[in-house]
Design a protein around this ligand. Sequence first.
Ligand code: GLN
Length: 571
Amino acid sequence: MKYVFVTGGVVSSLGKGLTAAALGALLEVRGLKVRIQKFDPYLNVDPGTMSPYQHGEVYVLEDGAETDLDLGHYERFTSGKLSKLNSLSSGQIYENVIQNERRGLYLGKTVQVIPHVTNEIKDRIYQGAKDVDVLITEIGGTTGDIEGLPFLEAMRQFALEVGPRDCLFMHVTLVPYLGAAGELKTKPTQQSVAKLREIGIQPHIVVCRCEHDMDNEMRDKISMFCNVPVKAVIECQDVASIYELPIALEKEGLDELVVDLFGMKRPMPDNNLWTDIVNRINNPRHEVTIGVVGKYIELQDAYKSVYESVTHAGIANYCRVNVRRIDAEDLEARNGLSLLKGLDGILVPGGFGDRGTEGKIAAARYARENNVPYYGLCLGLQIAVIEFCRNVLKLKGANSLEFDQEAIEPVITMMEDQKKIVDKGATMRLGSYECQLQPGTKARKAYGEEYVRERHRHRFEVNNAYVGAMQRAGMVVSGLNPRRNLVEIVEIKAHPWFVAVQFHPEFQSKPNEAHPLFAAFVKAAMKHHNAAKAPVAKKAPKAKKKKTAKKTTKKATKPVVKKAAEPKTDS
Ligand code: GLN
């Protein structure tokens, strides 16, 4: 059993999580069983109650744990499913410690950070390590933060307990470029490593995030001042797509170094799946533009898994997917709908509260009336149902009780078991539930199976009192929770592709295994794209039409460069 601890220095948002995930991916390719987990020093019990402005997306695990978005990277880059044991915050630790103290479990001792808090942390490392060869643990925050100290102290103690040969510390740091001086600077890295050494941790590997090439002199300097061999100074520049990161780090020798340091013999096989993924991203044969209509579109991380899943669907379809981020509130303005012109697909992701909902409803209506593929996720389903009830069933007062508690036609209602709940944390319908797919529907066709499991995070649901009327008017229920008869998927029969789901499929998509509904949505967008081009081509003689199509395909060879996909995020 081997342990890698990942710490970060100088600034946040360095992409520690992605670096950890990419290392995990490479070790998996080498045949090792890997698990990656995250420890966060903040006092919230979990990020479920945090605003997207504070924390970005809340990533939901199969067992319903609401976790940091880095766990999304871990699940996308490695194959194992994570559980609530793999996400720990100071809030959880203190909650446990205080409960234990109240129960008298410390037998009259004074309860202290060392050993009681550090023991809780070490326990979680041992628990996380069950059934794997390598456990990678990322510590959130930046070295030097007061709240991070108990975690670093626990890592130090842990290494002492299991022995230095089985533990490895990897420090991800910033090597900034000073324009005025025209050079990269190593001092911040030196100082943040010094900070680690002060508490007794000597990193084995220093990963240097930088925007320019590091020359040998720089590497020597970092090696000398940080007390690591030159080959353990790993350069890590921005990559166009995060899925290039494993290849970039492999070129720098990171995974080789790790297996060497652990004394393992695990050669890299010839067929590294990441090469194929990158090839597909860089050589698309098609191109579409989809609009994501949300209220946090200016934030890099609020819809992280949605953006990533769209990329995966592009990879599956050899298609470059451009994402136009549209602020739902802008659609509410006069002529706002012009923002939707030229889109090949419209996606409405999850959300809470009523801000921007009328804009989202307008987007769903536009998609329905103009035969533009529509894909609604969680709130995106509720929006589609409200729109359909208002404009097709002519129920003018149709709304969700979340947005209007007095709604005349509560087509979206609070789930029965939610009504008595007062606490906000971890009390939604969370985690994986079964969904039965109805024959002859687009959803069933996409999945190719009758039963699937998907992850949830919501308090409201479709009101079954309206389902009969909806179905008769053409919005059918194509997925149902068989136990509780809850609507899980709706779709419009007569529309080219209008599918909305009550769950979050974006939490189960991987770059090499796109989620079936995302893949089908992008496929429908490709169809729409080609159909939209057809009228222009019609005027031209037949032979020319083919040429135009070919040209466009050839043009689309630029790599997918999307801001949302850059490895710059770290909470
Ligand atoms: N706010 C809605 C609910 O609670 C949708 C939640 C979501 O989109 N995750 O049901």
